[in-house]
Design a protein around this ligand. Structure first.
Ligand SMILES: [Zn+2]
Length: 247
């Protein structure tokens, strides 16, 4: 939630996208909570919300782009990261019960995070061939957001530090999809519910609700959001490994 606040007052357009790509987990109450919290903060998005669950045709089209390049293969494995490539050469057909992965040849993805500075990531080592649709037929988070950012022409992605490690794989995927100019990224510090407990988005926890319940005003929440996006000092540029391994 804080991601939107940082740019809201300066951006040309701010889009609201409901990331309900996972049909089993998404809940309508979550969407209602987001809209209500934004309203409380005084923000009105430009145009109607885009819902990932209504964008199947767009994701299928993106899948075709990858298939044309012979980059997609079927996979029956449980989720594991990094994926060792078990099904790479098994020739599994795209049938119900079979997941889909995109081949990630070794690459070094370099980008400048607007808060952390220069970054270097190696997706083929971090996550292996990226899962784009799971065995239940759900498009994955990584695939859906990368397609949406491209198709919607998103220029700035502001999100929590837990997704910093996902950026390299999204850059690699975006390139395979044909995107020439990647978006700029800023990864902000996370609001913690307590010193040990992270917010759980699947619980419909936007972070704002909690602060509001504790008596924060909209101005205080926005000020806090600004703090969380302030530049870090000299953070290490190498961010591989298990940090934030959302497949
Ligand atoms: Zn497999």
């Amino acid at each position: 939630m804080v991601n939107a606040l940082w740019v809201w007052q300066t951006a040309d357009r701010v889009l609201l996208r409901i990331e309900d790509h996972d049909r089993q987990r998404s809940r309508q109450e979550f969407e209602a909570a987001i809209v209500e919290d934004l309203d409380w903060l005084g923000f009105v998005p430009d145009g109607p919300a885009v819902r990932q669950r209504e964008r199947g045709d767009i994701y299928s089209q993106a899948l075709e782009t990858l298939k044309h390049q012979q980059l997609v293969y079927g996979c029956r494995c449980a989720r594991v990261s990094p994926y060792p490539g078990t099904c790479r050469d098994r020739g599994l057909a795209d049938t119900p019960g079979v997941g889909l992965r995109v081949r990630f040849e070794p690459s070094v993805e370099r980008f400048v995070d607007l808060r952390h500075g220069p970054q270097e990531q190696r997706p083929s080592q971090q996550c292996g061939d990226l899962l784009i649709r799971d065995r239940e037929g759900n498009w994955t988070y990584q695939f859906a957001v990368t397609v949406d950012d491209y198709v919607q022409g998103v220029t700035h992605v502001i999100r929590g530090d837990d997704l910093l490690a996902s950026t390299g794989r999204q850059l690699q995927l975006a390139r395979l999809l044909g995107r020439r100019e990647p978006p700029l990224f800023l990864h902000h510090a996370l609001i913690m519910k307590s010193s040990t407990q992270k917010l759980s988005k699947s619980d419909g926890d936007t972070g704002v609700r909690d602060l509001r319940a504790r008596g924060w005003t909209p101005a205080q929440v926005i000020a806090r959001a600004r703090e969380l996006t302030e530049r870090t000092g000299t953070e290490s540029t190498e961010r591989t490994g298990s940090h934030g391994e959302t497949e």
